[in-house]
Each structure stands twice: as structure tokens, then as C-alpha cells.
Design a protein. Structure first.
Length: 342
């Protein structure tokens, strides 16, 4: 399964207090990042502004710096805001989002802890902390966070989709599908929900159901390579090799250096007894990723069909070096040796 989709927390309702003009506060609250930074700086620098108001301006300015891809300045402002007003959950929430985007999940979780301590019903913080915990493979804790978020907002489609993804990672495909069903019912344009439900259905060998969900995902993102590969694989499992090859070919056209797409198409060609095309694709796949034992195994099979038993034997040997004890390689190698001896 694809990695879970990152949450980028939305920011934020400001509540100004202090002597700054209404115009300054309006500009600090909204607009292009450069305009926000100028307006918020004028508030931060005013001597008569109290700590709570200065913290609000710092949160807005820090978020504008983050939008401008200046994380050091953003971090400085947001940390200062949480020190000036540790009772304002908005500062910790923005800080958590920044840590998360930087990949510092431990600090992100600590900041979300502070948000939730100040506001136990903060659904976005619970959902975001669940994502961070899932990214650390703390699946039980992630599920607990999604459960709490959904207790406060049962119609939160994002929390449902993310909980479904974690159920899938835990091997609970039925639970995943149930969550994705609800998420799609609430948001029928959630590409990721269709995509991940297709994966769960594929795991349950509901290949026609998986194809239907990949179709829906591809209507939303027509050129998505992962969805094309997934639909191709479902067609492949059903024996619809022409449809599988068509999907794999679309994927290869979009991503010519995608070793998985070339491997999949090469395997489908081999299954369709199109030996030369199979070998050509598997050659390219191995050139891009020489660690895939199955690519050597399948190319060996194609060589055997062509009657090139020496090359088949070499590929079986390479497959066994990469994956010792691979039963198909052991059996295939034995057959290739017998043909060479005869």
C-alpha cells in the first residue's frame, strides 16, 4: 500500500487583542504571505501589544514563512508564540504541522499532545496525530486517535479514510473497506479512498471490485501510474491479459523508467507467450532494478520458452542468489539443466 497521504493542517482563526489597527490585523490574518509578514511584523514590533496578541501575530507570521518555504524563520516564530501564550492551541497546532512537514514526527506528536491537552475535542489535531503515529507504525495508537476524532465528528471523511488505511496496513481488509465505504459516501471525489479500497479488495481477491474502484480513481486522476498498475494487476489476476498489458503500457508510457511497470508488462507478455516482448521488458526492468529475483525468474521462463536454456540457467542461478530457496527457480533450473544435457 502506498504510503498514507500527509495532512497539511489548515491555519487558523486569529483573535487579535491589543492596540494594533484593524487594518493591520486584517492584513495579518489573510492575504499573500509577503503581505501577511509585513502586517504581522508591525504588530509584533508594537510596544503596547500584550503577549496573547503578539503570539497570534507570530503564529500568522510563522505560518506565512512556512508557506514561503522558510522553515527556520517559521520555527522561530511559532516556538516564540507558544512561549508567549502557552494556552493558545493554535500555536502548537501550527508548530506541529511544521514539524510534520519537516519529517520530525516525534516533535510533531508532542506539539499535537499540547493542542489536545488544551482542547480535547480538536478533531484536526487528533486526526493529524493519528497520521503521525501511523507513519511511525504505532498503529494501535493511531486507531485510537481516529476513533476519538470520529467520536466528536462521525462524518469526518478524512479521519475515516486514514483509519481505513491503517486497518489495511494492519491486515484488516474488511475493516479498511468499511471505513473507505463511509469515507466515499461522504466524499465521492476522494481519490485516495477509492485507490486504497481497491487495494483492500485486491487483497480479498475481489478483482472485479478492485477494477471498479481503480476505474473510479482513474476518472479522478487519469494519469496516475500506481492506479494503472493496480488495475492492470487486477486484470492480470482475472486472466484478462490484453487489458492488463494495455494498463501496463499506459503506465510505461507515463513512466518509462518505472521498473515495476516494465516487470509487470514483461510478466504479462510472458504469460501471453509473447516471448520476445517479455524478454525486452524484463531486460529493461532488470537494468533499472537488479534486486528483483522474480524478474530474473520470469525472464528465465521466457528464455526457456525460446529454447535458450543456457541463458535461462544463468537467470535461475541469479534468482536463487537473490532469493535462496525460491521453489520456482529450483524447479525451473532443474528443467533447464535437463534440456541442456539432452
Amino acid at each position: 500500500m502506498l504510503p498514507l497521504k500527509a495532512l497539511v493542517p489548515a491555519f487558523l482563526a486569529l483573535h487579535p487583542h491589543g492596540p494594533a489597527s484593524p487594518l493591520d490585523w486584517k492584513a495579518c490574518r489573510q492575504g499573500a504571505p509577503d503581505r501577511v509578514i509585513i502586517a504581522c511584523t508591525s504588530i509584533v514590533d508594537l510596544s503596547g501589544v500584550n503577549d496573547a496578541a503578539r503570539a497570534v501575530a507570530l503564529i500568522a507570521r510563522g505560518s506565512a514563512y512556512a508557506a514561503k518555504k522558510q522553515p527556520a524563520r517559521a520555527l522561530e516564530d511559532l516556538r516564540q508564540a507558544t512561549l508567549l501564550d502557552p494556552r493558545n492551541p493554535d500555536g502548537f497546532y501550527a508548530l506541529a504541522g511544521l514539524y510534520g512537514r519537516q519529517g520530525d514526527l516525534e516533535q510533531a506528536i508532542l506539539a499535537y499532545d499540547s493542542v489536545i491537552r488544551l482542547n480535547p475535542k480538536h478533531v484536526l489535531a487528533l486526526t493529524s496525530r493519528g497520521y503521525a503515529r501511523a507513519s511511525r507504525r504505532e498503529f494501535d495508537l493511531a486507531i485510537a486517535d481516529y476513533d476519538r476524532a470520529l467520536k466528536f465528528n462521525p462524518r469526518h471523511a478524512e479521519a475515516l479514510r486514514l483509519r481505513g488505511a491503517v486497518h489495511g496496513l494492519m491486515g484488516d481488509d474488511a475493516g479498511a473497506i468499511a471505513d473507505f465505504d463511509q469515507a466515499i459516501g461522504l466524499n465521492g471525489r476522494d481519490w485516495s479512498a477509492f485507490f486504497n479500497r481497491a487495494i483492500a479488495k485486491d487483497h480479498r481477491r475481489d478483482y472485479s471490485g478492485a477494477v471498479a474502484d481503480y476505474d473510479a480513481a482513474l476518472r479522478l486522476r487519469p494519469n496516475n501510474v500506481a492506479a494503472l498498475l493496480g488495475r492492470g494487476a487486477a486484470h492480470h489476476h482475472m486472466g484478462a491479459l490484453d487489458k492488463a498489458i494495455a494498463d501496463y503500457s499506459l503506465a510505461v508510457g507515463l513512466a518509462p523508467d518505472n521498473a515495476q511497470a516494465l516487470y509487470n508488462r514483461g510478466t504479462a507478455y510472458a504469460n501471453a507467450d509473447d516471448v520476445e516482448r517479455a524478454i525486452a521488458d524484463l531486460d529493461r526492468a532488470i537494468g533499472l532494478d537488479g534486486s528483483n529475483a522474480l524478474a530474473f525468474l520470469n525472464r528465465a521462463g521466457a528464455y526457456r520458452k525460446r529454447g535458450d536454456f543456457e541463458r535461462a540457467l544463468a537467470d535461475y542461478d541469479r534468482a536463487l542468489q537473490l532469493k535462496p530457496g525460491l521453489p520456482q527457480a529450483i524447479a525451473g533450473r532443474k528443467l533447464a539443466l535437463e534440456r541442456l544435457r539432452n
